[in-house]
Design a protein around this ligand. Structure first.
Ligand code: SAH
Ligand code: SF4
Ligand code: F3S
Length: 484
């Protein structure tokens, strides 16, 4: 749906302040869009492909919001009039996927010379990547980074209206920023649930991780802005939100009026009409008693916690710069389980960090055995240029890593299946997310603990929370039945 901004005087120069400046360019592009549509006798389409984490997913919703306001029609066909890849660089294989797509685009662009191709996201914050694209993928029109997504309309306008820009690639990547630009349109993927950024960037510099280099320093949003955004989302039909940050436990420390994450969570908890609250990611090093207390006493904060372990070896954790040990992690888990015996715990684990010995790996297996995660993401260590770990010697041989990885994954899946089985028979509130595409007459939803459930239902149930009996466990998910 195209919203037209009626009241803007386009004869004056663009405003200097944000977001007004962007609305000026959006308006300019809306007028252009109407003309193009009339000329072509069809709408212009845009295809946005997102790689990586929830942060990127939310950024893509912001870009789609602007695209829709301009008048583009969203499509999942890569032969669109505008194609954008929002990239991730956390592991090498994320990068390879993007290059694969760029190769294909060359062909599509031959068929439709007017097609605009854009790249943004974490990969673009790396100079070596941008250099490679400049030389090997010259058909890319616009490159921008993670710090200036809000400038999307301005960059697009530059390309569309500036004749000289048509011949060259526009590259606008910022190293870092203090600015947080609010109040631009956002197009949510789901009507009933939404991510909400509470902070940007990361200051932790875990020695294997590239995120601090590509997302910049930690910046928290003002609590009032966050609460206002969530209230608006709730008024618009959202029942579940996910508070997003690379380390939510350090939220608010650097604000003019400092506030803790637990205090923010308490404020969010009080928002009327909101049913479920999740958050990601929680770094074990700063998870406070105050947070456990707020979670314990809240009815809306889901009994689910993602607590990345990375490694169970205190020796490796130190080299990883994680600031906790195997023992302190296990103590924290014990404390959380004591306060909330029914909590679902999930984690991230890296296998094959430089210098990982059999003994280090056994420590990881031991933590997995003791904690009994409901589910876990396991990753093979990927060397990221520029991070301290990349320069470390004794990288572990590939076949050793692969064997450890398989062992870990097997155990994780077994535990996961046991946990799922143990939950069978219960009645849980399930938020219906979609109709089941594989099985007609079925819908799919999630419990508060984030387990998937398939059960008989129809489209009209999407976005509603219904009590469902978890009749049968199928490894990692359930088949259920709505109880009256
Ligand atoms: N801020 C979050 C993680 C963001 S990245 C946190 O601290 O938990 C998501 C996950 O990717 C990490 O938890 C880690 O397990 C994994 N990861 C990050 N860098 C990696 C690398 N170089 N190789 C393999 N996995 C990596
Ligand atoms: Fe990466 Fe560590 Fe920051 Fe997470 S906390 S984003 S793993 S540096
Ligand atoms: Fe990837 Fe960037 Fe997220 S590197 S994991 S998309 S912060």
């Amino acid at each position: 749906m195209t919203k037209i901004i009626e009241t803007m005087d386009m004869t004056v120069a663009p405003p200097e302040t944000e977001p007004e400046r962007q609305y000026y360019f959006i308006r300019k592009l809306q007028i252009w869009m109407e003309e193009r549509k009339a000329q072509l006798g069809r709408p212009l389409t845009a295809c946005v492909t997102t790689f990586g984490c929830q942060m990127n997913a939310r950024d893509s919703e912001k870009i789609l919001g602007i695209l829709q306001m301009i008048g583009y029609e969203e499509t999942d066909q890569e032969e669109a009039d505008l194609v954008l890849y929002n990239t991730c660089t956390v592991r090498e294989n994320a990068n390879l996927k993007v290059y694969g797509h760029l190769g294909q685009l060359k062909r599509y662009k031959k068929q439709n010379p007017e097609m605009l191709t854009m790249l943004c996201g974490c990969m673009m914050q790396e100079k070596t990547v941008v250099d490679k694209i400049k030389t090997s993928y010259r058909n890319v029109d616009i490159i921008f980074g993670t710090h200036n997504i809000f400038k999307f309309a301005e960059l697009l306008a530059m390309r569309v209206f500036d004749a000289s820009a048509k011949k060259r690639m526009i590259v606008d990547v910022w190293k870092d920023t203090d600015a947080i630009v609010e109040e631009l349109p956002i197009e949510r993927k789901y009507s009933f649930k939404s991510g909400v950024n509470i902070m940007f960037g990361c200051n932790n510099f875990c020695s294997y991780c590239i995120v601090p280099y590509v997302r910049g320093r930690e910046r928290s949003r003002e609590p009032e802005e966050i609460i206002k955004e969530i209230k608006e989302l709730v008024a618009d039909g959202v029942v579940e939100i996910m508070l997003l940050g690379q380390n939510v436990n350090s939220y608010g420390k650097n604000l003019e009026h400092p506030i803790t994450f637990a205090q923010l969570l308490k404020q969010v908890d009080e928002i009327e009409g909101l049913e479920r609250i999740r958050f990601m990611t929680s770094h074990p090093k700063d998870l406070s008693d105050e947070l456990i207390d707020v979670m314990t006493h809240s009815k809306k904060v889901c009994r689910q916690l993602h607590l990345p372990l990375q490694s169970g070896s205190s020796r490796l954790l130190k080299i990883m710069n994680r600031h906790y040990t195997k023992e302190s992690y296990l103590e924290l888990v014990a404390k959380i389980k004591k306060a909330m015996p029914d909590i679902a715990l999930t984690t991230d684990i890296i296998v094959g960090f430089p210098g990982e010995t059999e003994e280090d790996f056994e420590d990881t297996m031991d933590v997995v055995e003791q904690v009994k995660y409901d589910s876990a993401f396991t990753f093979i260590y990927s060397k990221r240029t520029g991070t301290p770990a990349a320069a470390m010697e004794d990288q572990v041989p590939e076949e050793v890593v692969k064997a450890r990885f398989d062992r870990l994954l097997k155990r994780i899946q077994e535990i996961s299946a046991e946990k799922t089985q143990a939950g069978a028979g219960a009645v849980e509130d399930v938020l219906v997310e979609d109709v089941n595409k594989q099985e007609e007459g079925y819908v799919t939803g999630r419990t508060a603990k984030n387990y998937l459930v398939h059960f008989p239902g129809d489209e009209s149930m999407i976005g509603k929370i219904v009590p469902v009996k978890l009749c049968e466990s199928k490894g990692f998910y359930y088949y259920g039945k709505v109880v009256e």
